[in-house]
Design a protein around this ligand. Structure first.
Ligand code: CP
Length: 331
Protein backbone atom coordinates (compact mmCIF):
# COMPACT_ATOMS: atom_id res chain seq x y z
CA UNK A 1 0.00 0.00 0.00
CA UNK A 2 1.38 3.39 -1.05
CA UNK A 3 1.15 6.45 1.23
CA UNK A 4 1.92 10.08 0.37
CA UNK A 5 3.83 11.18 3.47
CA UNK A 6 6.75 12.91 1.76
CA UNK A 7 7.83 13.39 -1.85
CA UNK A 8 11.17 11.86 -0.81
CA UNK A 9 9.39 8.48 -1.15
CA UNK A 10 8.33 9.22 -4.76
CA UNK A 11 10.62 9.59 -7.75
CA UNK A 12 10.52 12.46 -10.23
CA UNK A 13 8.69 10.47 -12.93
CA UNK A 14 5.96 9.43 -10.49
CA UNK A 15 5.49 13.01 -9.30
CA UNK A 16 5.46 14.26 -12.90
CA UNK A 17 2.71 11.73 -13.70
CA UNK A 18 0.62 13.29 -10.91
CA UNK A 19 1.29 16.77 -12.33
CA UNK A 20 0.33 15.62 -15.84
CA UNK A 21 -2.91 14.19 -14.53
CA UNK A 22 -3.54 17.42 -12.62
CA UNK A 23 -3.29 19.31 -15.93
CA UNK A 24 -5.99 17.01 -17.38
CA UNK A 25 -8.16 17.49 -14.29
CA UNK A 26 -7.76 21.25 -14.56
CA UNK A 27 -9.30 21.02 -18.06
CA UNK A 28 -12.03 18.51 -17.05
CA UNK A 29 -12.72 19.09 -13.34
CA UNK A 30 -15.84 16.95 -12.93
CA UNK A 31 -15.19 13.21 -13.31
CA UNK A 32 -16.61 10.09 -11.65
CA UNK A 33 -13.23 8.51 -10.81
CA UNK A 34 -13.96 8.24 -7.08
CA UNK A 35 -17.70 7.50 -7.16
CA UNK A 36 -18.88 6.12 -3.83
CA UNK A 37 -15.50 6.55 -2.14
CA UNK A 38 -14.75 8.53 1.02
CA UNK A 39 -11.82 10.42 2.51
CA UNK A 40 -11.29 11.41 6.15
CA UNK A 41 -9.60 14.81 6.54
CA UNK A 42 -8.07 14.87 10.03
CA UNK A 43 -7.02 18.38 11.09
CA UNK A 44 -5.02 19.00 14.26
CA UNK A 45 -4.39 22.60 13.03
CA UNK A 46 -6.36 25.27 11.14
CA UNK A 47 -6.58 25.55 7.36
CA UNK A 48 -8.30 27.50 4.60
CA UNK A 49 -6.80 26.11 1.37
CA UNK A 50 -6.10 22.51 2.35
CA UNK A 51 -9.48 21.90 3.91
CA UNK A 52 -11.54 23.48 1.14
CA UNK A 53 -9.49 22.08 -1.77
CA UNK A 54 -9.55 18.48 -0.48
CA UNK A 55 -13.27 18.66 0.36
CA UNK A 56 -14.27 20.25 -2.96
CA UNK A 57 -11.83 18.09 -4.93
CA UNK A 58 -13.31 14.91 -3.48
CA UNK A 59 -16.81 16.16 -4.33
CA UNK A 60 -15.82 16.94 -7.93
CA UNK A 61 -14.64 13.32 -8.37
CA UNK A 62 -17.78 11.77 -6.85
CA UNK A 63 -16.32 11.10 -3.38
CA UNK A 64 -17.40 12.22 0.08
CA UNK A 65 -15.06 14.00 2.50
CA UNK A 66 -15.53 14.00 6.27
CA UNK A 67 -13.61 16.61 8.27
CA UNK A 68 -12.48 15.66 11.79
CA UNK A 69 -10.79 17.92 14.32
CA UNK A 70 -9.52 15.77 17.21
CA UNK A 71 -10.00 17.55 20.50
CA UNK A 72 -12.73 19.78 19.04
CA UNK A 73 -15.55 17.93 17.23
CA UNK A 74 -13.94 14.50 17.69
CA UNK A 75 -12.10 12.81 20.58
CA UNK A 76 -8.55 13.80 21.53
CA UNK A 77 -6.13 11.07 20.37
CA UNK A 78 -3.20 9.37 22.15
CA UNK A 79 -0.13 8.40 20.09
CA UNK A 80 2.18 6.80 22.68
CA UNK A 81 2.19 3.01 22.50
CA UNK A 82 1.88 1.05 25.75
CA UNK A 83 0.88 4.11 27.76
CA UNK A 84 -1.68 4.27 30.58
CA UNK A 85 -4.33 6.55 29.08
CA UNK A 86 -5.30 8.43 32.23
CA UNK A 87 -4.76 11.90 30.73
CA UNK A 88 -6.62 14.10 28.23
CA UNK A 89 -6.86 11.67 25.27
CA UNK A 90 -10.02 9.55 25.01
CA UNK A 91 -8.91 7.19 22.25
CA UNK A 92 -5.73 5.77 20.78
CA UNK A 93 -4.53 6.27 17.20
CA UNK A 94 -4.45 2.45 16.91
CA UNK A 95 -8.26 2.40 17.10
CA UNK A 96 -8.88 5.77 15.40
CA UNK A 97 -6.83 4.87 12.30
CA UNK A 98 -8.31 1.37 11.98
CA UNK A 99 -11.90 2.55 12.45
CA UNK A 100 -11.51 5.35 9.87
CA UNK A 101 -9.99 2.76 7.51
CA UNK A 102 -13.24 0.74 7.74
CA UNK A 103 -15.29 3.82 6.73
CA UNK A 104 -12.95 5.54 4.27
CA UNK A 105 -10.74 4.77 1.29
CA UNK A 106 -8.17 7.44 2.19
CA UNK A 107 -7.09 9.26 5.36
CA UNK A 108 -5.42 12.68 5.16
CA UNK A 109 -3.74 14.25 8.20
CA UNK A 110 -2.52 17.74 9.17
CA UNK A 111 -0.38 17.76 12.31
CA UNK A 112 2.07 20.61 12.90
CA UNK A 113 5.04 20.29 15.27
CA UNK A 114 4.63 21.05 18.98
CA UNK A 115 7.49 23.63 18.70
CA UNK A 116 9.06 22.48 21.99
CA UNK A 117 11.78 20.03 20.93
CA UNK A 118 12.81 19.64 17.28
CA UNK A 119 14.44 16.27 17.98
CA UNK A 120 10.93 15.02 18.85
CA UNK A 121 9.01 16.94 16.16
CA UNK A 122 11.36 15.75 13.40
CA UNK A 123 10.14 12.17 14.03
CA UNK A 124 6.77 13.16 12.49
CA UNK A 125 5.09 10.82 14.94
CA UNK A 126 1.42 11.72 14.37
CA UNK A 127 1.23 11.00 10.64
CA UNK A 128 3.60 8.04 10.90
CA UNK A 129 1.30 6.57 13.56
CA UNK A 130 -1.71 6.96 11.27
CA UNK A 131 0.25 5.32 8.43
CA UNK A 132 1.34 2.48 10.70
CA UNK A 133 -2.14 1.62 11.96
CA UNK A 134 -4.37 2.56 8.98
CA UNK A 135 -5.24 -0.07 6.39
CA UNK A 136 -5.83 2.56 3.67
CA UNK A 137 -3.40 5.08 2.14
CA UNK A 138 -2.51 8.13 4.24
CA UNK A 139 -1.89 11.59 2.76
CA UNK A 140 0.20 14.32 4.40
CA UNK A 141 -1.75 17.62 4.53
CA UNK A 142 1.29 19.29 6.26
CA UNK A 143 3.34 18.03 9.14
CA UNK A 144 7.09 18.73 8.95
CA UNK A 145 6.84 18.79 5.16
CA UNK A 146 3.94 19.87 2.94
CA UNK A 147 4.09 17.57 -0.10
CA UNK A 148 0.73 18.65 -1.60
CA UNK A 149 2.00 22.24 -1.59
CA UNK A 150 5.13 20.99 -3.39
CA UNK A 151 3.05 19.55 -6.22
CA UNK A 152 1.01 22.76 -6.52
CA UNK A 153 4.17 24.88 -6.61
CA UNK A 154 5.88 22.71 -9.23
CA UNK A 155 2.78 22.72 -11.43
CA UNK A 156 2.64 26.54 -11.20
CA UNK A 157 6.34 26.78 -12.08
CA UNK A 158 5.94 24.44 -15.07
CA UNK A 159 2.88 26.39 -16.28
CA UNK A 160 4.92 29.61 -16.38
CA UNK A 161 8.46 28.42 -17.13
CA UNK A 162 8.08 25.09 -18.89
CA UNK A 163 10.88 22.68 -18.00
CA UNK A 164 12.34 23.72 -14.63
CA UNK A 165 15.74 22.09 -15.19
CA UNK A 166 18.64 24.47 -14.60
CA UNK A 167 16.41 27.37 -13.58
CA UNK A 168 17.50 29.19 -10.41
CA UNK A 169 15.14 28.65 -7.47
CA UNK A 170 15.65 30.92 -4.47
CA UNK A 171 14.10 29.88 -1.16
CA UNK A 172 14.26 32.94 1.07
CA UNK A 173 13.54 33.13 4.79
CA UNK A 174 11.38 36.14 5.64
CA UNK A 175 10.46 37.81 8.90
CA UNK A 176 7.23 36.92 10.70
CA UNK A 177 6.27 37.96 14.24
CA UNK A 178 5.86 34.30 15.28
CA UNK A 179 8.18 31.30 14.84
CA UNK A 180 6.56 29.22 12.09
CA UNK A 181 6.81 25.63 10.89
CA UNK A 182 9.74 24.68 8.64
CA UNK A 183 7.48 22.35 6.61
CA UNK A 184 6.99 24.50 3.50
CA UNK A 185 10.65 25.52 3.48
CA UNK A 186 11.73 21.86 3.67
CA UNK A 187 9.28 21.12 0.89
CA UNK A 188 10.47 23.98 -1.28
CA UNK A 189 13.98 22.53 -1.11
CA UNK A 190 12.77 19.01 -1.87
CA UNK A 191 10.62 19.75 -4.91
CA UNK A 192 12.88 22.33 -6.59
CA UNK A 193 15.94 20.10 -6.23
CA UNK A 194 14.09 16.95 -7.29
CA UNK A 195 12.98 18.69 -10.49
CA UNK A 196 16.51 19.68 -11.50
CA UNK A 197 16.54 23.30 -10.43
CA UNK A 198 19.62 25.16 -9.22
CA UNK A 199 18.65 25.86 -5.61
CA UNK A 200 19.72 28.65 -3.26
CA UNK A 201 18.73 28.84 0.41
CA UNK A 202 18.89 32.38 1.83
CA UNK A 203 18.52 32.81 5.61
CA UNK A 204 19.78 35.27 8.24
CA UNK A 205 22.48 33.06 9.78
CA UNK A 206 23.37 29.42 10.52
CA UNK A 207 20.67 29.15 13.20
CA UNK A 208 18.07 29.33 10.42
CA UNK A 209 19.48 26.45 8.40
CA UNK A 210 16.92 23.74 7.74
CA UNK A 211 17.23 20.20 9.09
CA UNK A 212 20.20 18.29 7.64
CA UNK A 213 17.79 15.58 6.47
CA UNK A 214 16.32 18.00 3.90
CA UNK A 215 19.57 19.80 3.10
CA UNK A 216 21.20 16.43 2.36
CA UNK A 217 18.33 15.31 0.14
CA UNK A 218 18.49 18.63 -1.74
CA UNK A 219 22.26 18.18 -2.18
CA UNK A 220 21.74 14.63 -3.45
CA UNK A 221 18.95 15.62 -5.90
CA UNK A 222 20.75 18.68 -7.26
CA UNK A 223 24.16 17.06 -7.67
CA UNK A 224 22.68 13.99 -9.39
CA UNK A 225 21.25 16.36 -12.03
CA UNK A 226 24.31 18.58 -12.47
CA UNK A 227 22.92 21.39 -10.29
CA UNK A 228 23.93 22.91 -6.94
CA UNK A 229 22.48 23.67 -3.55
CA UNK A 230 23.92 27.02 -2.42
CA UNK A 231 23.47 28.32 1.12
CA UNK A 232 23.99 32.04 1.66
CA UNK A 233 23.21 34.84 4.10
CA UNK A 234 23.91 37.53 1.46
CA UNK A 235 20.64 38.94 0.11
CA UNK A 236 22.00 40.54 -3.08
CA UNK A 237 23.99 37.45 -4.08
CA UNK A 238 20.98 35.22 -3.47
CA UNK A 239 18.57 37.23 -5.65
CA UNK A 240 20.99 37.74 -8.56
CA UNK A 241 19.63 35.91 -11.63
CA UNK A 242 16.87 34.02 -9.77
CA UNK A 243 14.00 32.67 -11.90
CA UNK A 244 11.73 31.82 -8.93
CA UNK A 245 11.73 33.47 -5.50
CA UNK A 246 9.88 31.37 -2.93
CA UNK A 247 9.32 33.12 0.40
CA UNK A 248 8.68 31.50 3.76
CA UNK A 249 9.29 32.30 7.40
CA UNK A 250 10.36 29.69 9.93
CA UNK A 251 11.60 29.45 13.49
CA UNK A 252 15.28 28.64 14.11
CA UNK A 253 15.68 24.95 14.94
CA UNK A 254 18.29 25.42 17.72
CA UNK A 255 15.81 27.67 19.58
CA UNK A 256 12.87 25.23 19.66
CA UNK A 257 11.25 25.65 23.09
CA UNK A 258 13.28 28.83 23.80
CA UNK A 259 11.41 31.20 21.49
CA UNK A 260 11.84 34.28 23.70
CA UNK A 261 15.60 33.96 23.05
CA UNK A 262 15.07 33.63 19.29
CA UNK A 263 12.72 36.61 18.98
CA UNK A 264 15.36 39.40 19.05
CA UNK A 265 17.34 37.62 16.31
CA UNK A 266 14.23 37.26 14.17
CA UNK A 267 13.20 40.87 14.85
CA UNK A 268 16.61 42.07 13.63
CA UNK A 269 15.95 40.63 10.14
CA UNK A 270 12.75 42.38 9.02
CA UNK A 271 14.72 43.59 5.99
CA UNK A 272 14.47 40.08 4.48
CA UNK A 273 11.01 41.16 3.18
CA UNK A 274 10.59 40.44 -0.56
CA UNK A 275 10.31 43.82 -2.28
CA UNK A 276 10.66 45.30 -5.78
CA UNK A 277 14.26 46.34 -5.20
CA UNK A 278 15.28 42.76 -4.48
CA UNK A 279 13.12 41.34 -7.31
CA UNK A 280 14.88 43.74 -9.73
CA UNK A 281 18.07 41.71 -9.22
CA UNK A 282 16.35 38.54 -10.53
CA UNK A 283 16.10 37.32 -14.12
CA UNK A 284 12.47 38.47 -14.54
CA UNK A 285 11.89 36.23 -11.54
CA UNK A 286 8.55 34.85 -10.46
CA UNK A 287 7.44 35.22 -6.85
CA UNK A 288 5.46 32.72 -4.82
CA UNK A 289 4.38 31.83 -1.30
CA UNK A 290 2.23 28.98 -0.01
CA UNK A 291 -0.28 31.33 1.72
CA UNK A 292 -1.49 32.46 4.17
CA UNK A 293 0.89 35.40 3.86
CA UNK A 294 1.23 38.60 5.92
CA UNK A 295 1.40 41.45 3.39
CA UNK A 296 4.10 44.07 3.92
CA UNK A 297 5.75 41.82 6.48
CA UNK A 298 6.92 38.93 4.30
CA UNK A 299 6.34 40.56 0.88
CA UNK A 300 5.28 44.00 -0.26
CA UNK A 301 1.88 44.64 -1.85
CA UNK A 302 3.70 45.63 -5.02
CA UNK A 303 5.36 42.20 -5.42
CA UNK A 304 2.49 39.96 -4.33
CA UNK A 305 0.09 41.87 -6.62
CA UNK A 306 2.49 41.93 -9.59
CA UNK A 307 2.33 39.83 -12.77
CA UNK A 308 5.30 37.90 -11.40
CA UNK A 309 3.26 36.58 -8.49
CA UNK A 310 2.22 32.91 -8.60
CA UNK A 311 0.44 32.82 -5.25
CA UNK A 312 -3.12 32.44 -6.54
CA UNK A 313 -2.10 30.00 -9.29
CA UNK A 314 -0.21 27.87 -6.77
CA UNK A 315 -3.19 27.92 -4.38
CA UNK A 316 -5.58 26.96 -7.20
CA UNK A 317 -3.28 24.11 -8.17
CA UNK A 318 -3.74 22.55 -4.73
CA UNK A 319 -7.20 21.50 -5.95
CA UNK A 320 -5.97 19.88 -9.17
CA UNK A 321 -2.89 18.10 -7.80
CA UNK A 322 -4.79 16.69 -4.83
CA UNK A 323 -7.48 15.32 -7.14
CA UNK A 324 -4.73 13.59 -9.12
CA UNK A 325 -3.24 12.28 -5.89
CA UNK A 326 -6.55 10.96 -4.50
CA UNK A 327 -7.21 9.27 -7.86
CA UNK A 328 -3.78 7.63 -7.82
CA UNK A 329 -3.98 6.39 -4.22
CA UNK A 330 -7.62 5.38 -3.73
CA UNK A 331 -7.87 1.58 -3.80
N1 CP B 1 -0.99 26.58 2.09
C1 CP B 1 -1.82 25.97 2.94
O1 CP B 1 -1.64 24.79 3.29
O2 CP B 1 -2.87 26.73 3.32
P1 CP B 1 -3.85 26.41 4.54
O3 CP B 1 -2.99 26.41 5.80
O4 CP B 1 -4.88 27.48 4.54
O5 CP B 1 -4.42 25.04 4.33
Amino acid sequence: MRHFLTTADWDRAELQALLDDAVDLKKSPFQDRLNGKSIALVFFNPSLRTRSSFDIGAHQLGAHAVVLEPGKGSWPIEFEMGTVMDGHAEEHVREAARVLSRYCDLIAVRAFPDFKDWSVDRQDRVIKSFARHATVPVINMETITHPCQELALMLAIQERLGKPDGKKFLLTWTYHPKPLNTAVANSGLLIASKFGMDVTLLCPNEDYLLDERYLNLAREYTSSQGQNLTITHDIDEAYDGAHVVYAKSWGALPYFGRWEEEKPIRDAHKHFIVDSEKMARTDDGLFSHCLPCRRNVKVTDEVIDSEASLVIEEAENRLHVQKALMSALAP
